[in-house]
Design a protein around this ligand. Sequence first.
Ligand code: PLP
Length: 398
Amino acid sequence: MAIASKIQSCIESSSWIRRMFEEGARLREQFGAENVYDFTLGNPNVDPPEKFYTELRNIANAPAAGIHRYMSNAGYEESRAAVAAHLSEHASSEVKAAQVLMTCGASGALNVALKTMLNPGEEVIILTPHFVEYKFYIENHGGVPREVWTDRTTFQLDVQAIEDAISSNTRAIIINTPNNPTGVIYPAEALQALGEMVERKERELERQIYVISDEPYARIAYDGHVVPSIFRFVNNSLIVTSHSKDLALPGERIGYLAANPAMTHVDLFMEGAIFCNRTLGFVNAPALMQRIVAKLQSESVDIAAYREKRDLLYENLVGMGYSMVKPDGAFYLFPKSPLADDVAFVRAAQKHNLLLVPGAGFGAPGFFRVAYCVDIEMIRRSLPAWKALAIECGICGA
Ligand code: PLP
């Protein structure tokens, strides 16, 4: 075999993603791009805020000596301090620059966190429906993913189910709020209940269990919702995040990991994380982006534009008979599949030139994901196709 058998089987099991893209390309070719409604990708179609370009120009117009050199593996002090100041606004105690590591996106931060904490065979609890890549990241570092469903009607935390899954082999729990794919935000009371349970289990099992809060959509929250800081509720907690979504910079690979100042052995954890950032081969987060995001900690893309898209799609789909939780944040809908088989439903949708992702891809068969970080005109143009599909599936009268 030319490549590792494990990678070969990963490629095979995710080949449906490739087939979906191929089908999308075929439909565009056949019907023209404007007649194909692609809701598959969480790739923001908006531009970064104007201030991003101002800061970029400022650096390009007056490049200081050494700005392209290696720096500390943890990142620039000014960037870490800016992030720490931003996080301190919501945390219960001051976050210091020493507790922040600049990373290559939230993906980089997750991999660094997992490599730092996992011994071979230790379990990491992930909450279904979950971001596709978590399993791969956990397995990258010898860990074992353990899936636990959120509440199947609200997609909120099921703290009892998480508690039932914790064993003397559990090292971490990953939560993601606002959630991809469901769009739910976990309220303060839910995080408090989670924190109390985890800290009780830590005492009982005499081991450190981390809660890793993956928050790249934290600033994309609607209707006055705010993502409460996990640092207020769980001492052994980490925030991993990025500016891929809130500043629309996914191609620039800039994010960070922050450890709760109250974490047991926090200095040792950060020392380990900085070492892992280096030895995973990231070395350091991109220098130019670190300098820019240091100046943009209070900025975000136009959230009102995302809300308008959510409202347009949510209200129309519900009116047609689709059923779903109204999302509080992020830019996804996760409706129930009108057909019991979500893969068959996604295939039926393709016949109407609607490209969607089956829930099975998130560990949640019976649902499907719609990414609405797309042009609003495409959403409007797609509505007749949604209606025809609803009629075909029998959830809507003609
Ligand atoms: N976590 C979640 C829940 C995501 O949806 C994504 C990207 O879509 C990531 C992490 C990775 O983001 P990044 O581009 O910051 O690596």
